[in-house]
Each structure stands twice: as structure tokens, then as C-alpha cells.
Design a protein around this ligand. Structure first.
Ligand SMILES: Cc1cc2nc3c(=O)[nH]c(=O)nc-3n(C[C@H](O)[C@H](O)[C@H](O)COP(=O)(O)O)c2cc1C
Length: 193
């Protein structure tokens, strides 16, 4: 069923949420970028919090990073790749997310949790949800859950378990659907009753 008459493409950047040397999350983020880039009508881009190098002598919009804000403004949706650190999210990811607000409002977001343990980052995902809601983002129903992340990719960063392709495809399709619905709403549906 082709139900979408809006032929414009979508821009869905992937935010890699840790600057840790040796981070397994980078393999996850690059895998998600490759998957999105292969979908028709989707443009993507890897946003690495390490490269953003945010100032740490302030917080929130007072330390905006212009290039990051421009990408967020242009985005129709986001993927966050968030490693689980002591059941929470890396402080740097939160610090970077906090630098924008209007850029996120009523846009879709999907989360890929990454963990060494068996729970696929479910605890970092649960902890991110109220933060994303406060930023004005709309979370999707599916998550990416990457357990035992150090063992999921080979030395060249290629995925070793093909089951993740089907899972991330389901995740990406729901994100695309939500991005289209929300773009329609932002552009065509009034907040006035
Ligand atoms: C400070 C810190 C805390 C961590 N806490 C957890 C944890 O609570 N649960 C877990 O499964 N893995 C934990 N890990 C392991 C990471 O989830 C693991 O390294 C995974 O690969 C994702 O992080 P990475 O991208 O930095 O590699 C922790 C790692 C660090 C550095």
C-alpha cells in the first residue's frame, strides 16, 4: 500500500552519544547510518559528540554549536545511539542534547541502546525517555537493543549477527512513518482547536 503522497525525502541524522576511546557504540552508529542511507528517500549523517566538542563552561542554549543546531533544524527525525553507563546515559550526550530546544519540537526520535550486558541498553533507553519528552521530541515504539556490543562487530566494524538487520529495519520503518506523520502535523495541522 502506497499511502504517502509527500515525495520529499527525509533527513534523519544519527547521534553517536559517547566520546569514549574504543567505544563499541561507534560500530552501532555506523551500522544504523548504513541502513538508513540504503532506504529510499532517506538522507542521513553521523553526528559524533566527540567531534562536536561542546564547551563545558556553560549549559543549554547558551553554548549552542551552530553546525549542530543547523543539522537539528533541518532534521525530520533523529536516531540516538546511547551506551548504557551505570544504567544511565553519558553526561556528554545530555550536555550536547541540551544545547537545542526549538530545533527538536514535534520531531521523531528513536533510541538504540548499547550495552556490555544482556539487556541491550534498556535501562539507558528508559532513562532517556523523560529527557527527550522535555526536549519536545516524540519517541517511537520500537528501540534498537544492542547487547554484548563488543562482540557484535568484527575488527572492520562489520556486523556479525544478521538478526540485527531485520530488527533495525523494523525500527527504521517506524521512525520514518513517525517522521512523515509529524512533518505533516507541523506543516498542516494547527495547534488551535
Ligand atoms: C562508566 C561505564 C559504565 C558502564 N555501565 C554499564 C552498565 O550499567 N550496564 C552495562 O551493560 N554496561 C555498562 N558499561 C559497558 C558499556 O555499556 C559498554 O562499553 C558498551 O560497549 C557501550 O559503551 P561504549 O560505546 O562506550 O563501548 C559501562 C561502561 C562504562 C564506561
Amino acid at each position: 500500500m502506497k499511502s504517502d503522497t509527500d515525495e520529499r525525502g527525509l533527513f534523519i541524522p544519527v547521534i553517536l552519544g559517547t566520546s569514549r576511546m574504543g567505544r563499541a557504540s561507534e560500530n552501532v552508529a555506523r551500522f544504523v547510518v548504513r541502513h538508513l542511507a540504503a532506504m529510499p528517500g532517506i538522507e542521513t549523517h553521523l553526528i559524533d559528540v566527540l567531534e562536536l566538542a561542546p564547551r563545558i563552561d556553560g549549559a543549554g542554549e547558551e553554548i549552542k554549536i551552530p553546525a549542530f543546531s543547523e543539522l537539528c533544524m533541518r532534521a525530520d527525525a533523529f536516531v540516538l545511539v546511547a551506551p548504557e553507563y551505570n544504567h544511565g546515559y553519558p553526561g556528554l550526550l545530555k550536555h550536547v542534547l541540551d544545547t537545542n530546544l526549538k530545533e527538536y519540537i514535534h520531531k521523531a526520535v528513536g533510541i538504540c541502546g548499547v550495552s556490555a550486558g544482556n539487556f541491550g541498553g534498556t535501562r539507558v533507553i528508559e532513562n532517556l525517555l523523560p529527557v527527550l519528552r522535555e526536549l519536545g521530541l516524540v519517541t517511537i515504539f520500537w528501540d534498537g537493543n544492542f547487547s554484548a556490543a563488543q562482540k557484535l562487530f568484527d575488527a572492520a566494524g562489520q556486523l556479525l549477527d544478521p538478526a540485527y538487520v531485520r530488527r533495525i529495519d523494523k525500527f527504521a520503518k517506524e521512525l520514518v512513518w513517525m517522521a512523515k506523520v509529524l512533518r505533516y502535523g507541523r506543516e498542516r495541522v494547527s495547534l488551535e482547536v
